[in-house]
Design a protein around this ligand. Structure first.
Ligand code: M6R
Length: 620
């Protein structure tokens, strides 16, 4: 949730750290802080409540020199977002400064133990306990920072990614991780001799300087020094061999590219993003689908008794669409689970179950824990992630990357459609192995899937001028979204998008459920968004619209091009091109994404960084 950045090398650290914080701000933006050791050996620390820009303003007249430093942007878990609770936190002597992402679950007992040894605390955070514990170990065992960190972490229950500065060791930077990601970038100092090192919660603050990275593994501790040495051990002090990887990320993917917000950029990127996702996987000339992730594991899918998909939020919605598709195409029963519920039940998992994790970030703590549980119970694990090298991608037996490029806006858009198309590819790939579809149907689904990116482009072009229309709905306190079949999850997703960025309460329902209760909410004030393509259940949804109209609800519909019946019943209409039922979600969601975006803009909301949210939820 929080973002960590660090640097040790020949450059001035402050510009690297502050730029890194801006790139990581999507992970949390309650407060930010920075610690540096300057040439004289002073350890300086500056913090500010709010965004990284507030921190920049706060340090404008301060000494920010130094070639080693750590920085943090926070999403509060323990203690309100204020300057005191902002990271870095200091040890008692103020010789150590530490930044942390994660949660120390046993911080209360550690805090009482440390208090009984005379340590006093300034903040309410679990992080301050950690830095005090490291110093306590340093002093009580008379050891160096690295060993003290090992000893401290052996006593910690919970999740952490940490970076530590020691005033008495200005040439070393120590970091460690468990449960929360941490990446070390290995760059070249200007003299081309010793390497310089970067640290990041993800690759975004690093890519500008180097594409050579090491993904720190669970319970590993690393020590980097100015001489360019890197030592990695586990908690038991066993030396680990660092594995260097090359990042597949470019800097321009992290910029807004002329758009006012990342979210709008990412909405418009969808056609290209999905073209990249299916490239090399969908072969229209040969009428084939090739997913390398399942080639070596065909038998697992062919013989699967059941597929269980674990996910959270938007990824849970795409998983639901995946369930409908896989059941229809591959004839395997699919269950979709909220990862946070699944992990705390004692679910029945058979050895011939396939458990799929769907996650944009690949770091969602609940989803990661859910698959770890499934692994213990012997299931085969498959990951559908966007972030390459992420924890879920590494924890699964096999998987498929979305390849839709980095998603920076907190509200997920291109990752959603990327997940839906990836699940469709997966369903088709399994259907091919199981021969569960007729050749005719299989070919038709391939041909149509290939046309989806172009149809998305059409949808964007035909629905782009909705800013003034969205303005009319800023008054609304509630919205209802309705859909049936494949479009029920789209209704859920449309409602979630509106909630998270405009703060308007919204509910998604299966349209036919209205009459079982929610219809009581309908009056002339209530906008009802109905996904009503001219497909299978069209007549039924027309009846649902009539029921709402007769109670004076305002109808905003998503209809197929050429439709007149629903159009005439609607107060406002979004148009999408015709496609097969199972692919409608990838088109129908686009006007809903645009609607939530423009309503939020009209209400003056911070679209890319909505309140209380963070892009990647690495805590429970
Ligand atoms: O990275 P993940 O896909 O695992 O994230 C899951 C949810 O936290 C995420 O989809 C969240 O609901 C988004 N803010 C939705 O826009």
């Amino acid at each position: 949730m929080c973002g960590i950045v660090g640097y040790i090398g020949d450059q001035q650290a402050y510009p690297v750290l502050i730029k890194g914080l801006h790139r990581l701000e999507y992970r949390g933006y309650d407060s930010a802080g920075i610690a540096l050791i300057n040439e004289k050996g002073d350890l300086s620390c500056y913090k500010a409540k709010g965004k990284v820009s507030a921190l920049e303003a706060a340090v404008s007249d301060k000494d920010v020199t130094g070639t080693i430093g750590i920085a943090h942007t926070r999403w509060a878990t323990h203690g309100e977002p204020n300057e005191i609770n902002a990271h870095p936190h200091f040890s008692q002597s103020r010789n150590l400064a530490l930044v942390h992402n994660g949660i120390i679950e046993n911080y209360k007992s550690l805090r009482s133990m440390l208090s009984s040894h005379g340590r006093t605390f300034c903040s309410e955070t679990d992080t301050e306990v950690l830095v005090q514990l490291v110093e306590y170990m340093q002093e009580s065992h008379d050891c160096n920072l690295f060993t003290a960190t090992q000893l401290a972490l052996k006593n910690v229950v919970g999740a952490y990614a940490i970076a530590i500065l020691d005033k008495n060791n200005p040439d070393t930077l120590v970091c460690a991780r468990k449960g929360s990601p941490l990446i070390i970038g290995v760059g070249k100092n200007e003299d081309g001799k010793n390497p310089e090192f970067y640290l990041g919660s993800d690759a975004t603050p690093i890519i500008e300087y180097t594409d050579q990275v090491i993904y720190l593994q669970e319970e590993e501790i690393a020590l980097m020094n100015r001489a360019g040495d890197l030592t990695i051990t586990n908690l038991a002090n066993v030396k680990q061999t660092p594995q260097l990887s090359t990042l597949q990320l470019s800097l321009d993917q992290l910029e807004k590219g002329g758009y006012p917000h990342f979210m709008l950029k990412e909405i418009w990127e969808q056609p290209d993003a999905l073209r990249t996702c299916i490239r090399g996987r969908l072969n229209v000339s040969n009428k084939d689908v090739i997913l390398s992730g399942i080639i070596d594991h065909k038998e697992k899918f062919i013989n699967a008794r059941r597929i269980i998909i674990c996910a959270c939020g938007t990824s849970w919605h795409s998983a639901l669409i995946g369930k409908y598709f896989i059941e229809e195409a591959a004839q395997i029963p699919v269950e979709v689970e909220y990862a946070s519920e699944f992990r705390y039940r004692n679910p029945v998992i058979y050895p011939d179950d396939v458990v799929i994790a769907v996650s944009q970030s690949g770091e969602t703590a609940d989803t990661l824990a859910a698959i770890q549980l499934a692994k213990q119970k012997g299931a085969f694990l498959y990951g559908i992630c966007n972030v390459i090298g992420s924890s879920i991608a590494r924890a699964t037996d096999s998987g498929t990357y979305l390849h839709v490029g980095p998603e920076i806006g907190v509200a997920s858009t291109k990752a959603f459609t990327g997940q839906v198309i990836t699940l469709a590819l997966l369903g088709l790939a399994i259907a091919k192995e199981k021969h569960s579809l007729s050749d005719e149907m299989f070919h038709m689904l391939i041909d149509e899937l290939e046309m989806i990116p172009d149809k998305m482009q059409w949808t964007l072009e035909h629905n782009k001028d909705i800013a003034s229309f969205a303005q009319m709905f800023t008054y609304a306190k509630n919205f209802i979204y309705l859909g049936r079949g494949y479009n029920y999850p789209v209704a859920l997703e449309g409602a979630l998008k509106l909630k998270e960025i405009s703060y308007i309460h919204a509910e998604g329902y299966p349209a036919a459920e209205m009459k079982h209760g929610p219809i009581a909410l309908i009056d002339e004030e209530m906008p009802v968004v109905v996904i009503a393509p001219k497909k299978g259940m069209y007549d039924k949804i027309v009846s649902n619209i009539q029921e709402i109209k007769s109670r004076k609800g305002k109808i905003i519909s998503v209809v197929t091009e050429g439709d007149t019946v629903v159009r005439d019943m609607s107060d406002y209409c979004f148009v999408i091109p015709d496609t097969r039922d199972c692919y409608v979600p990838m088109l129908a969601v686009i006007p809903l994404q645009l609607l939530s975006y423009y309503v939020a803009v009209a209400k003056g909301r911070n679209v890319d960084q909505p309140r209380n949210l963070a892009k990647s939820v690495t805590v429970e």
